[in-house]
Write a protein that binds this ligand. Sequence first.
Ligand SMILES: Cc1cc2nc3c(=O)[nH]c(=O)nc-3n(C[C@H](O)[C@H](O)[C@H](O)COP(=O)(O)O)c2cc1C
Length: 402
Amino acid sequence: MLDGKKIALYVTGGIAVYKAADLARSFIKEGAEVKVAMTKSAAQFVSPLTFQILTKNAVMTNTFEETEPEVVNHIHLADWADAAVIAPATANTIAKLANGLADNFVTSALLATTAPIFVVPAMNKNMYEHPATTNNLALLKERGAYIMNPDTGFLAEGYEGKGRFPEKERIVKELTGWLKQEQVSGPLSGKRVTVTAGGTKERIDPVRYITNDSSGKMGYRLAEAARDLGATVRLITASSLPVPNGMESVAVESAQDMYEAVSEAFDSTDVLIMAAAVSDYTPAKSSNQKIKKNTGNLIIEMAQTKDILKEMGQQKTDQFLIGFAAETQNIEEYAQRKLKEKNADMIVANDVSKEDAGFNVDTNEVHLYRKEGETIYLPLADKKEIAEKILQYAVEDMKKEG
Ligand SMILES: Cc1cc2nc3c(=O)[nH]c(=O)nc-3n(C[C@H](O)[C@H](O)[C@H](O)COP(=O)(O)O)c2cc1C
């Protein structure tokens, strides 16, 4: 996953330094070349020799220890790297970076590097939640750094809290996805695309629910296609399919959860793709206990859920809205009506009664009804191909809308 990548691993002085040694090994296993620089505090926890043996490269700790006359070591490392990973990142080093300090090898190299910076904060819960740290991290994020969310769990201090160094698998996965996205420059570069996927589940009681046949595949292919066109993608998913690399995800269950997640994302969204099959109805009351079998029929009263596309259509400022219409009859009429009534920019309509189209299959056949153009028919194809075409027309229409 990190084939040929040159990673500068900056290790700073937290208790999780020993985990960074294993992380260096994981990067190497994934095909990367790793060079390590450590702060003096980090070297108190684990000897630089450990990292030197694991990476087969000299470990740098001292700005003034210039071993090679032809290069300045910290600038050389800064320029060499494809990615700068700070793991663990202490509150202290984060504060220095936010303020542009360069008082040791690590901070000097990090100030000099133009490589993308990936930060893995790990510290005591109170240090992590301190407004100074929160503000410093927000500032680094604003400048383009990727900030990982620490794990919540048992801290070295002997109590529970947020601040733990994440599992190495998650670090590798997020780093890989982010680097891929950083490299891509496409027609959706700089755009934030929110995609919903999957069929919502509406609880009757703790063990029973009402759902539909949507697998989430169309939404996932759209999220991947948006990512590959350079977008920053947030996938709001009711599906249990694994989340693709290189995107943020929010797992939801019910139509109400999905409404809340979309509402939260909407202000910072440029393109909203509502590919989820959101239930129109939900049990008016859901029982906290399993409903017991009684004689006679069980009648469940169903209440209407929020119409997410319509609500977002009313709230929209300059967002581009793509809705889906899964119909079994009068498709064109419903889709054209939906386009207007929901204030959408495009409706992707499919006939879900067809065997190869729509729910739970890998292929689809759709019509695109567009506010800014003629209707397009996309014949039966793999959902990946359909997703790419949908986005291609969306990009075209967004240009027309300016
Ligand atoms: C036992 C011990 C554990 C520490 N763990 C952490 C930690 O997990 N995260 C952190 O931000 N600081 C931690 N510190 C404090 C840092 O080592 C201290 O702020 C130091 O100045 C950081 O220097 P550096 O950023 O140059 O590595 C710890 C200190 C000690 C003595």
